[in-house]
Design a protein around this ligand. Structure first.
Ligand code: URP
Ligand code: ZN
Ligand code: ZN
Length: 461
């Protein structure tokens, strides 16, 4: 089965070239000057469109247990929404509950995901119980294609690890060449501020932001970097939201340390003003780290340009406003933490191109090529080149659309970006050579997506 994508501008981190792409079965067979091939079983006309490697969202939470409920997207609904938005790979998190093993956790997440995904998927492992057995099991995870481990400096009593536990896991990461991903917020200090706010009768959603100041993200980020320096472990800071944290990452990178960071669209486009919306509306925007004051956004865009922020992921973790966010009405600390976004990352970052914040090449790099290399998927993913999986998006840069819960495909009853006017739109999506989204609709299938056994980070040498 041969598919020819003709007449488009093929994008990579170095920019765009007019070229045709020939797909044979599941892989890219050739990238040629326009017109070298003109017949195939299917010919897709990409004239005036961008042809880019499918997006890789390296931070999603489908069916994640949190705060007494589960995130609302299943692997089926979440990966279908991802495909609609031009994301053809997700890396989700298996979540170790305290007292359980990493291997049984991984088995559980395979049960949830295998046979249910519309696009390819991999896993990171959340380590919440550091002990001799868990540390040994990190090796088994790596052998099973899970080469990155998320730890938490936040959420005491749930996912939180002490500095000593983090140090031990980092030593194991150094020994095995795996990556520690860090949720860097000082959870001990935050819990005090939360208790004080609640004790003085302040229960509304904006308190979520006010009790998690950006300085406590900066402090935790610096501490994580120091622990990584002492142990020699590669460190990846997840969902970086604050200027203080970015400075710490930039300084570490300038010194040559293997420190990387991602940010998320919500920190580039939304702010604490959204959390402060009247009534309980702000609950829609409760996620951790919290949305920050607008002044942080310019720093984050700069970080994306300078590569101090290497990746944009969504931290997609949707909870319905009606039945789930409600759990925290009157007590912001009980609002399930997380926001939806897997469907909109490519579009939202394209707005950064339209606004002149980042280049076209940087869009592709931060949303596809770098996540592939960061998490051991390159060159199978993240690039349109002979031999790569034919995960390809045809993107119309001139189309206009308005984001809305009325039209999105995520299984959640609100949009964090309701009414956002977007320039550009995904037209066609191929996942391993199969057209899964086209102007006629969704033609993919549950079970099409395959588990990706990942190599280690490809930036270490
Ligand atoms: O609020 C968030 N970010 N929820 C998902 C879990 C996490 O910390 O990434
Ligand atoms: Zn986190
Ligand atoms: Zn997350």
């Amino acid at each position: 089965m041969r598919t020819l994508i003709k007449g488009g501008t093929v994008l990579s981190p170095t920019g765009g070239v007019l070229a045709d792409v020939l797909v044979q079965d599941e892989q890219v067979a050739a990238v040629t000057a326009p017109g070298v091939f003109d017949t195939a079983d299917t010919v897709l006309d990409a004239t005036g469109k961008y042809v880019l490697p499918g997006g890789i969202d390296a931070h999603t939470h489908m069916e994640m247990p949190f705060g007494g409920t589960f995130s609302a997207d299943t692997f089926e609904t979440g990966t279908t929404a991802a495909a609609w938005g031009g994301t053809t790979t997700i890396i989700d998190f298996a979540v170790q509950a305290k007292g359980t093993s990493l291997v049984s956790t991984l088995d559980k997440w395979h049960e949830k995901a295998d046979g249910n995904c519309a696009v390819d998927y991999g896993f990171h492992m959340i380590v919440s119980d550091v002990n001799d057995a868990t540390l040994k099991e990190m090796e088994t995870c790596i052998d099973s294609g899970v080469t990155s481990f998320k730890m938490f400096m936040a959420y005491p009593g749930v996912f939180y690890s002490t500095d000593g536990e983090i140090l031990r896991a980092m030593q194991k990461a150094r020994e095995t060449g795996s990556t520690i991903m860090m949720h860097a917020e000082n959870g001990i200090a935050i819990d005090e501020l939360v208790a004080q706010a609640l004790a003085s009768g302040k229960g509304e959603p904006v308190q979520h932001g006010l009790t998690r100041p950006s300085a406590l993200e900066g402090e935790a980020t610096s501490r994580a970097i120091t622990l990584a320096q002492v142990t020699g472990a590669p460190l990846y800071i997840v969902h970086l939201s604050a200027a203080e944290a970015l400075s710490a990452v930039a300084e570490a990178r300038d010194s040559g340390q293997h420190v990387f960071a991602e940010t998320c669209p919500q920190y580039l486009y939304l702010s604490i003003d959204d959390l402060a919306k009247p009534g309980f509306e702000g609950a829609k925007y409760v996620a951790s780290p919290p949305l920050r004051e607008k002044r942080h956004q310019a720093d984050l865009w700069r970080g994306l340009r300078t590569n101090d922020l290497s990746v944009v992921s969504t931290d997609h973790c949707p909870f319905c406003f009606k039945d789930q966010k409600e759990l925290g009405r009157g007590d912001f600390s009980k609002i399930p933490n997380g926001m939806p976004g897997v469907e909109h990352r490519m579009d939202l970052l394209h707005q950064g191109v339209v606004a002149g914040e980042i280049s076209l090449g940087r869009w592709v790099e931060a949303c596809s090529t770098t996540p592939a290399r960061m998490f051991g998927l390159y060159p199978r993913k993240g690039v349109i080149a002979p031999g790569s999986d034919a995960d390809i998006v045809i993107y119309d840069p001139a189309a206009r659309q308005t984001l809305s819960a009325e039209t999105h495909h995520m299984n959640v009853d609100y949009s964090a970006y309701e009414g956002f006017e977007i320039t550009g739109k995904v037209e066609t999506v191929l996942s391993r050579g199969k057209v899964v989204v086209s102007p006629s609709g969704f033609s993919g299938g549950t079970g099409h997506g395959r588990f990706l056994s990942r190599e280690k980070c490809q930036y270490l040498n």
